[in-house]
Design a protein around this ligand. Structure first.
Ligand SMILES: [Fe+2]
Length: 182
């Protein structure tokens, strides 16, 4: 792990924290994955809560709608195609990208279910347990996100470190820079 990635990994992110400098876009992506892990833990906590937690519901709905959707779009539109172009046959990147794209698709459906449950909870001021299937949907989405990130962190980021050019990294950085929090 590079020093930049290691230092990003050591920080303790929250759903509201700003990321590292997108001049190191791979550290930025890793940092976002840490924030997604915070989201997964918050989803599990909310699924288990017996009372309505308005701030958690709002924060999670906002994060899934904005940050997570944007992250997936950046990966699908810029990061994955870059890896596809730069990696060597021996990297077997296409199989990994195919799986990750399929997981993004499945997670889009899961996240839609979760967002509907969050909206219902907010509208009715009710805990997740009030809606049949809601706690399970939140947990399933969290679990699927964790699996997905594990593959991206273990396979994609190390390959990107090796294969992407300085020019690629600055294009990726420019794309991610638009999303830095002030
Ligand atoms: Fe990702």
């Amino acid at each position: 792990m590079s020093p930049a990635i290691a230092s990003a990994a050591r920080r303790a992110p929250t759903l509201d924290s700003a990321g590292p400098d997108p001049n190191d876009p791979l550290a930025f992506i890793l940092y976002e994955h840490h924030r997604h892990r915070v989201m997964c833990n918050a989803l599990d906590e909310l699924a288990a809560k017996e009372r309505f937690d308005a701030p958690a519901v709002t924060r999670l709905a906002d994060f899934i709608r904005n940050d997570l959707s944007q992250h997936i779009a950046d990966e699908e539109e810029v990061f994955f195609p870059m890896l596809h172009n730069r990696c060597e046959a021996e990297d077997e990147i296409d199989a990994a990208l195919k799986r990750l794209n399929e997981e993004h698709e499945a997670d889009r459906d899961l996240s839609l279910d979760v967002r509907v449950f969050l909206l219902r909870a907010a509208t009715e001021n009710a805990p997740m347990s009030a809606f049949p299937g809601a706690p399970e949907a939140l947990r399933q989405f969290a679990q699927s996100q964790r699996r997905h990130m594990m593959l991206e962190n273990a396979v994609l980021l190390p390959l990107a470190r090796r294969r992407l050019t300085d020019q690629d990294l600055s294009v990726l950085g420019a794309r991610l820079a638009g999303r830095r929090r002030p």
